[in-house]
Design a protein around this ligand. Sequence first.
Ligand SMILES: NC(=O)c1cnc(N)c2cc(Br)sc12
Length: 312
Amino acid sequence: MEEKIKELQDRLNRYNYEYHVLDTPSVPDSEYDRLLHELIALEEQYPASKTDTSPTVRVGGEVMSRFEKVAHDTPMLSLSNAFNAEELRAFDKRVRDMVGEVDYMCELKIDGLAVSLKYEAGRFVQGTTRGDGTVGENITSNLRTIKAIPLEIKNPLSFEVRGEAYMPKASFEKLNAEKEGKGEGLFQNPRNAAAGSLRQLDPKLAARRNLSVFLYSVNDLTELEAVSQSEAMDRLDQEGFKTNHERRLADDIEAVLEYIEYWTNHRNGLDYDIDGIVVKVNEISKQEQMGFTAKSPRWAIAYKFPAEEVVT
Ligand SMILES: NC(=O)c1cnc(N)c2cc(Br)sc12
């Protein structure tokens, strides 16, 4: 019977991956729910088989009194900002003066809450907020409720994957409509709703908020054997992580500006909020040559969209 339970656990984890990471479910929700209830019943009969990577244990039992503080193994840095083409061209000149010609990786800047996911031998063991960059809060039980986050990956990799937890716009609208119906205060925007949801001390509340995540960096590239940002992102895809597929490789700053122009005009069509574009030197060796200032990498910059006038 343990075999049958393990097979069901793996099958449901794969269905979660197809639905929440690939956005291409292979079975209808009714089939997923039927199998999940079958697994819950079997795990109640054989409690020893209810491992912490089972899809039934995503929503933990305990309600915490507060979040413990956790020091990051490697700091979660911020990005320096650019607000116009001139500042981006100045960034490009600094880069080329230091390391010669480069390719740039352009990625959407997700407007959510920065998180770090620690995996040990392929198992999700801890999830934290960015905090002040050096010390964050342990929100593992809330992050386990995000079905786009794999509880276990195929290969026994040990590293920290960083990304942004976010609330899709549609979920934000639905949540505020519910809150309005109950006469509760509304969230200002999806970012605050995501942050507020992940700060819930009861994981059952976070589990109901339909949060998702886009992962965009790792603290130790050797595990992925990647020599560029582009390759690192493709490797994260291969390992079962959810990344943002609007990313584009640009062979010069003009192509970066075109990408920025495109998303300035098309970001309202996305089903999540973005507040800018992150531009990174693609080759890891050149990133290492450039290094970091006290607060941020010299090899990356965040172009910030102009603040939208609030239509009152
Ligand atoms: N793709 C990326 O690197 C990315 C996307 N969205 C964000 N909010 C951030 C923040 C930092 Br710091 S990097 C990054």
